[in-house]
Design a binder for this molecule. Structure first.
Ligand SMILES: [Zn+2]
Length: 317
């Protein structure tokens, strides 16, 4: 693609441009724009979309895209990068996952021009950005006090997903089916693969999660000929075909010494739930071998709450 036009603005090969996309107005008439950074290499190549902050409180992703921009990684030798550090501007301002209409943007795709706010933002992404790109990485963190070990989530039965995930080479790759009304599913229906990167917790900057996200993006760019160099991995990425949550059988205080990324073996003690008065103590045991891909950091939990997300290892590269 030699011409690149977003919001009526042309970006030529070898150029970088910052483009504001009008989203809506606040009740105060304050205009809300979505800042988008477009950077084109001099040589032709694929167009990569980087999005973060679909959930406004997932700060690690926003920081990953910010650093990619400020550390000048955004300039490809070939192809084009379209970077959106904050998709849900409203949620970011409120330090909230949702939009002011109470909707989850990642459950509002493909959206509607005349729908409520989340639906309108989704509609803009689908109609203005998706047609311009070939594939993308959408950066997230754990929601609701969940701490995710750096991982790519994608559909492992789709070859382009596998190619993108393996190029990114995060510590963990997790098979994750397409959820209805999600950005990933809307993109997939339009023939575009979006893989999701998850790392760390909402509203916490996690240096490891940020660095894994940047390094993986650079590796993916290199594998598509968009840059000449990228950090080399010093670990073996682990791929999980399945994962499941260990849930609380009772309410109380949850304690564990496990950390995201830890290995667990069947029968291993995973943690315990005690009532606040010291009368009961329920031990949790692993029912299968695997790795901790996510962990609930909330100490006070209710029966049924998700505590530990365990991935089952299927292959090691
Ligand atoms: Zn998220």
């Amino acid at each position: 693609m030699n011409s690149f036009i977003l919001n009526g603005k042309h970006v030529n090969p070898g150029e970088q441009r910052y483009i504001d996309l009008r989203i809506a107005k606040l009740p105060t008439h304050t205009v809300i724009d979505m800042p988008i950074f477009v950077s084109r290499g001099v040589n032709p190549g694929p167009t990569l979309l980087l999005t973060a902050g679909l959930h406004g409180n997932e700060t690690n992703g926003i920081e990953i895209v910010r650093r990619i921009i400020t550390e000048k990684h955004l300039h490809p030798t070939s192809g084009t990068i379209v970077a959106v550090p904050i998709v849900n501007i409203y949620g970011f301002l409120q330090q909230e996952r949702y939009l002011p209409d109470g909707k989850d943007l990642n459950r509002s795709f493909p959206g509607n021009k005349t729908g409520s706010l989340a639906s309108r933002v989704a509609n803009i992404i689908v109609n203005e950005l998706l047609p311009l790109v070939d594939f993308g990485i959408d950066f997230h963190t754990g929601g609701a006090s969940k701490d995710n070990y750096p991982q790519i989530r994608c559909v492992l039965s789709q070859q382009q997903n596998v190619t993108l995930a393996e190029a990114f080479a995060p510590p963990f790759i997790l098979n994750s089916t397409l959820i209805d009304k999600s950005f990933r599913k809307a993109a997939h229906r339009r023939g575009k693969s979006i893989i999701v990167y998850e790392g760390g917790e909402s509203l916490r900057l996690d240096e490891d999660a940020i660095q894994y996200g940047i390094d993986g993006t650079l590796r993916l760019m290199k594998s598509f000929g968009m840059r000449d160099d990228a950090p080399v991995i010093s670990y073996k990425p682990r791929t999980f075909l399945k994962s499941s949550w260990v849930r609380a059988k009772v309410s109380g205080l949850f304690r564990t010494t496990l950390k995201p990324g830890d290995k667990v073996v069947r029968g291993q003690h995973l943690g315990s739930i005690t009532d606040p008065y010291g009368e009961t103590n329920v031990n949790l045991k692993a029912t299968q071998n695997g790795y901790v891909v996510g962990l609930n950091r909330m100490p006070v939990i209710s029966a049924g709450d998700a505590l530990l997300h365990i991935g089952n290892r299927v292959e090691s590269k």
